[in-house]
Design a protein. Structure first.
Length: 309
């Protein structure tokens, strides 16, 4: 039986304490959806402009569909949301996980998750990057480190504790992480993220991984928002890119430069995108569903590995 798109619709929903837009693709045998952050104005755009352009086409031909959608002058987030909803409808029609439809059919390597555990008034964040043998070990590490930080008291909705100045707390956090990784026999890096103009004059000797908007001198791993020759990773928010096809091309471009894409986002779909694009880890909130989605994927794989670097 051939698979064709019959309709694409959109509606407002309330999720994670804010209004968002759910985009739904309906085919003759399946449904796919995605949720994006956008205002209600895009509903008419999706239903009256996008939907008529793709009705009757097969969702399996995602590259062609993406070219059609990309020609409609949509915002990157709407374009990606439509592309993902169509891709999910295609995956559901084939009865396969989304990451397999995206090209990860033989994937056994999963990304780890790097979530902020402490942040300050300047939005400087501290986070562990855990190289473990299983997702369950990653979850147990987060449970233990969060329990050690409970004296801070001010737990944010994103799952991180808040303090006045991250750099005042950095030695203590370094000590906590070193103790836990020795007890659990894990390889754990300590990461910090923030603006270059704030971090450039700070003592970063206790940090293994630096996430910053522009490159600066640092002895460990560096991740920036754009491609620089002297960095190791490039942070990628898929909803800033455009479509699934655009994301694939951009991830390949990063890899061709000898770098690795680090995916960022709190939508569970991020887990599937990161797997298909060989991202070593995902930057997301600890309170998001991303880590749980990776755990679910791990349960459905034979001999999975957590990707290491």
């Amino acid at each position: 039986m051939s698979i064709v798109i019959e309709r694409i619709s959109a509606k407002e929903i309330f999720k994670n304490l804010e209004k968002k837009i759910m985009i739904t693709t309906i085919t003759n045998i399946s449904i796919g959806y995605d949720v994006i952050s956008a205002n209600s104005d895009v509903i008419s755009e999706i239903e009256n402009i996008v939907s008529p352009e793709v009705i009757g086409y097969s969702p399996l031909d995602i590259e062609f569909i993406d070219s059609v959608v990309s020609s409609l002058n949509l915002s990157p987030s709407v374009c990606m949301g439509v592309s993902i909803s169509i891709g999910r409808a295609a995956a559901n029609a084939l009865d396969i996980p989304f990451y397999k439809f995206l090209g990860g059919a033989i994937t056994i390597d999963l990304p780890t998750v790097a979530s902020a555990i402490l942040k300050d008034k300047n939005n400087i964040e501290i986070f562990p990057i855990i190289n473990a043998e299983s997702v369950e070990e990653i979850i147990e590490f987060y449970q233990k480190i969060i329990n050690k930080l409970k004296d801070y008291g001010d737990l944010c909705l994103d799952g991180a504790y808040r303090c006045n100045d991250v750099f005042e707390e950095l030695p203590k956090i370094r000590e906590y992480i070193d103790e836990l990784k020795e007890d659990e026999d894990l390889d754990v890096l300590l990461g910090i993220s923030g603006k270059k103009d704030i971090l450039k004059d700070k003592d970063l000797s206790l940090v293994d991984y630096l996430e910053v908007d522009e490159t600066l001198d640092f002895d460990g791993f560096i991740c920036t928002n754009e491609v620089y020759e002297d960095v190791d990773f490039v942070k990628v928010n898929p909803y800033d890119i455009g479509s699934l096809t655009d994301l694939c091309y951009y991830s390949n471009y990063i890899s061709d430069k000898g770098l690795s894409p680090i995916f960022e986002g709190n939508n569970s779909t991020i887990a599937h995108l990161a797997i298909s694009c060989n991202s070593p880890f995902i930057r997301c909130n600890l309170s998001s569903n991303v880590l749980n989605e990776i755990w679910n994927i791990e349960r459905n794989l034979i001999n999975p590995n957590i990707r290491r670097f």
